[in-house]
Write a protein that binds this ligand. Structure first.
Ligand SMILES: Nc1ncnc2c1ncn2[C@@H]1O[C@H](COP(=O)(O)OP(=O)(O)OP(=O)(O)O)[C@@H](O)[C@H]1O
Ligand SMILES: [Mg+2]
Length: 327
């Protein structure tokens, strides 16, 4: 059996932050603190959770935008967290990213043609100048932008069109996995749906895997295969879409999903309001990190950290409750 496209094993990323007036004493932000998951070829895994829970840090670790603190990131059976620069070059091609704000990630002085040609040149994908041109125009067709637009610069486009350029640039490298970090979050509702549909079409066409980082659960419910829910640097539940939305098991997942509007007009889940604030990732609670806000908390939760365990089928939950109530 071939390995999963991406495997993340016990990933940790702790950031040092300085404390005190002269920044001499440093402490740590436990941004991601032991996260494991897999993504299959052609699969969409969504990473959800409140602001600051570590979603982008996971994405950035996979893209190797920094060195991780510990753990492993394995692409197609090969470790990339500590890969040598020469192997890293090929690995970088295979994992691309689309950020929330294409404006800040697209060079305003470059024409679209050059923005798209850059990764093709960098990774040596074109056989000739003609091939380069063919590839660049094909990318415009793929993301449904007019070919004439190749000579324009990013500021001449709307937000949705710019995001299409961002997607085309990611595709130019012929990746197998795209990390979409809040890729549609800043767009208007109708444009959002178009870009999500485009991503789904591209996934089908190219067999792409997506790590879809989002706090927009209605969008996630519409397009994902599986969902991983994060709380304070940990995954508390991971499950296929249908199971998690129909029968969330972790008390945090239940609260998070209870706020998502149901597709039927006027219908609403019973919202669960959690008490207290999200604790700081600088000093996370002992035991289960969610225990300070959990309506079902008992003694064990304060001292012992729950591990992810199979609840039913492919639904995994990190909670000490024996009979995890579904739904
Ligand atoms: N470079 C950094 N230095 C110090 N702390 C950082 C750094 N990057 C992230 N953090 C901290 O790590 C934690 C996780 O941040 P991260 O950006 O991964 O969260 P997120 O889930 O993506 O949030 P959002 O939904 O707001 O995008 C936060 O407390 C954040 O302040
Ligand atoms: Mg983020």
């Amino acid at each position: 059996m071939s390995p999963p496209l991406l495997q993340v094993n016990d990933l940790k990323k702790h950031f040092p932050v300085s404390k005190g007036l002269f920044g001499r004493k440093s402490e740590w932000v436990y941004a991601v603190d032991g996260v494991s998951f897999e993504i299959a070829r052609g699969e969409t895994l969504s990473l959800v959770g409140e602001s600051g829970c570590g979603k982008s840090t996971v994405g950035r670790a996979i893209l190797r935008l920094f060195d991780i603190t510990s753990g492993q990131v394995i692409l197609d059976g090969q470790r990339i967290d500590d890969a040598h620069p020469s192997t890293m070059r090929q690995m970088r091609r295979r994992v691309q990213v689309v950020f929330q704000d294409p404006f800040s990630s697209l060079n305003p002085r470059m024409r679209v043609r050059d923005i798209l040609a850059e990764p093709i040149r960098n990774f040596g994908l074109a056989k000739s100048a003609e091939d380069l041109e063919v590839r660049v125009t094909a990318l415009m067709d793929t993301v449904r932008l007019p070919r004439e637009a190749l000579n324009r610069r990013p500021h001449e486009f709307s937000g949705g069109q710019r995001q299409r350029i961002g997607i085309a640039r990611a595709l130019a490298a012929e990746p197998e996995l795209i990390v979409c970090d809040e890729a549609v979050s800043a767009l208007d509702v109708s444009v959002k749906a178009q870009i999500v549909n485009l991503l789904q079409d591209l996934q089908q066409k190219f067999g792409l895997a997506l790590l879809f980082i989002s706090h927009d659960l209605a969008i996630v419910e519409h397009m994902t295969h599986r969902v991983a829910v994060m709380y304070l640097g940990k995954i508390v539940e991971v499950a296929p879409r249908r199971e998690i939305f129909a029968a969330p098991r972790h008390p945090y997942t239940k609260a998070l999903l209870s706020a998502v509007p149901l597709p039927e007009p006027g219908a609403q889940r019973n919202p669960i309001i959690l008490g207290g604030d999200v604790p700081s990732p600088i000093n996370p609670p002992s035991g289960c990190r969610f225990h300070t806000r959990c309506p079902y908390v008992f003694d064990r939760c304060r001292t012992e950290e729950p591990q992810l365990r199979a609840a039913e089928g492919d639904q995994w939950v990190a909670c000490h409750l024996d009979a995890l109530p579904a739904g």
